[in-house]
Design a protein around this ligand. Structure first.
Ligand SMILES: Nc1ncnc2c1ncn2[C@@H]1O[C@H](COP(=O)(O)OP(=O)(O)OP(=O)(O)O)[C@@H](O)[C@H]1O
Ligand SMILES: [Mg+2]
Ligand SMILES: [Zn+2]
Length: 151
């Protein structure tokens, strides 16, 4: 008896693989899903590389730079596979940017970037593990979940 349950392949779209176990829903939160974007999610599935991982497969959707940068902050070791006609035509790892501009809200309510002024938020990467960034304007440091909750 076959005891495995396989998710069917996607024809065209994106696979986000090697997401830390339990973080898939956080990743989904930052992606806008349209009408013809079918999604399959594996949560806490066994993996050779990580023991357990999450994986997301999105049909008919290719990610933008801003989405890839956000994914890097949630899942620094995620790998992205671009699928065309059932084959992987491109595969790459996400990359943490040294400067994070306009995509993360500063946790300091008194920061100039939260004052309704036309100022883009801007952070420098302080450390990648544990993930820590520092606001260029108010110097507030943010880490891990604080970052994820402000994406
Ligand atoms: N047509 C497809 N539809 C859905 N998922 C696919 C398709 N083709 C590949 N994948 C998935 O894309 C990911 C990367 O595929 P690949 O064959 O490179 O995996 P791998 O050999 O396990 O590599 P890795 O070392 O990254 O784990 C895997 O999760 C695989 O299941
Ligand atoms: Mg694999
Ligand atoms: Zn700030």
């Amino acid at each position: 008896m076959d005891r495995t349950l396989k998710i069917s392949k996607i024809k065209d779209g994106t696979v986000i693989d090697h997401i830390p176990a339990g973080k898939a829903l956080k990743v989904l939160n930052i992606i806008n899903i349209g009408e013809n974007n079918s999604i399959s999610i594996g949560i806490k599935v066994p993996s050779n590389k990580m023991r357990e991982k999450d994986v997301i497969k999105i049909e008919n959707r290719f990610l933008e730079k801003i989405e890839l940068d956000k994914i890097a902050m949630i899942a620094p070791n995620a790998s992205i596979s671009i699928i065309k006609n059932y084959d992987i035509i491109e595969k790459f790892s996400v990359d943490l940017p040294q400067k994070i501009i306009g995509i993360l809200k500063c946790n300091n309510q008194n920061c100039i970037t939260n004052a309704g002024e036309p100022v883009n938020s801007e952070f420098n990467l302080v450390s990648s593990n544990p993930l820590t960034v520092k606001c260029v304007y108010c110097k507030r440091e943010m880490a891990d979940n604080e970052i994820i909750n402000n994406l």
